[in-house]
Design a protein around this ligand. Structure first.
Ligand code: ADE
Ligand code: ZN
Length: 327
């Protein structure tokens, strides 16, 4: 069977990766020691053993705790370079990388420290690894819209360092409408717009992400199938969904990979992409997501592999010239 080799080797884009979710336990302990930060776990194995999640919130609690070791520009650089090396190994030619500035500024780490470290890694990855990328600033939806506005204010001097904004963290009870004004402002500024919706939250959050926030892509979006008219619309408008199969299983959105709706979404004609979300926490980088989904879903074959890879490149915010080189 040559399908696994095709999945590994085909050039692809990754459009849904939280850089803080690429922080491996080994690097967490290394940075904790370097920065003299205390951790709630004695060693790497104990930390990894805590990665047993029941829902999104149970993951976010441990994900924000892991990020507490990030203090210096070098820490953000080292974290991102480790991701870019893994992405290159998975034949990722282009990555659009989420970062959560509020997780860091809330601990007294200046926005400037975060963006400088990530930008230096982005430039190094392009130069030394041939991996192109863009940064997407995510607002934490469990915080207020005023706090999102304050973050945008801090980010504006660095406007040229990120391509767009997203919306992440605890979905249920934090609908897109809560961030209508700040997204309108970002739209005026010419920033690209994406939002997590329909991961744990209802299909109506996907509609609001499109109609209220004017999101150009939906992150996750797997619960769209609960609203057939919405599925029709997503297909007709070719709204990309950045699906993260391993994440969905680890966070119990689907009980098993065999029950994941990836094949159904493709069958309905949606512009689906495959991504890793938080690879250090969910059991693998982007190729592992392709491999496990295809292994568990017998309907998927080589034609779907090409479609998914082509979708990922097409749905990216890369220039038409770059897309023409890749597709
Ligand atoms: N932050 C990091 N990963 C996330 C996810 N899967 N959903 C919402 N917020 C996140
Ligand atoms: Zn995500």
């Amino acid at each position: 069977d040559r399908l696994p080799e095709l999945l590994r080797a085909m050039p692809k884009a990754e459009l849904h990766i939280h850089i803080e979710g690429s922080l491996e336990p080994e690097l967490i302990f290394q940075l904790a020691q370097r920065n003299q930060v205390g951790l709630a776990y004695p060693d790497v194995d104990a930390l990894r053993a805590a990665y047993a999640f029941t829902d999104l919130q149970s993951f976010l609690d441990i994900y924000y705790a892991g990020a507490s070791v990030l203090l210096k520009e070098e820490d953000f650089f080292d974290m991102a370079m480790a991701y870019y090396r893994r992405a290159q190994a998975d034949h990722v030619v282009h990555a659009e990388v989420f970062f959560d500035p509020q997780t860091h500024t809330a601990r007294g780490v200046p926005f400037e420290t975060v963006i400088r470290g990530l930008t230096r890694a982005k430039e190094t990855a392009q130069r030394e690894l041939g991996v192109s990328s863009e940064l997407i600033l995510c607002f934490l939806r469990h915080l207020s819209e005023d706090e999102a506005f304050a973050t945008l204010e801090q980010a504006l001097p660095w406007r040229d360092h990120f391509i767009g904004v997203g919306l992440d963290s605890s979905e249920r009870g934090n609908p897109p409408e809560k961030f209508a004004r700040v997204f309108a402002k970002c739209r005026e500024l010419g920033l690209r717009l994406v939002a997590h919706a329909g991961e744990e939250g209802p299909a109506s959050y996907i509609r609001s992400a499109l109609d209220v926030l004017h999101a150009e892509r939906i992150d996750h979006g797997v619960r769209c199938v609960e609203d057939p008219a919405l599925v029709e619309r997503l297909a007709a408008e070719r709204v990309p969904l950045t699906v993260c199969p391993l994440s969905n299983v680890k966070l119990c959105v689907f009980p098993t990979m065999a029950q994941h709706n990836l094949a159904t979404l493709l069958e309905r004609g949606l512009c689906v992409t495959v991504n890793s979300d938080d690879p250090a926490y969910f059991g693998g980088y982007v190729n592992q997501n392709y491999l496990e989904a295809f292994a568990a879903l017998p309907q998927l074959h080589a034609g779907h592999a090409y479609t998914l890879a082509r979708n990922s490149l097409e749905a990216s915010f890369a220039s038409d010239a770059d897309k023409a080189r890749w597709i």
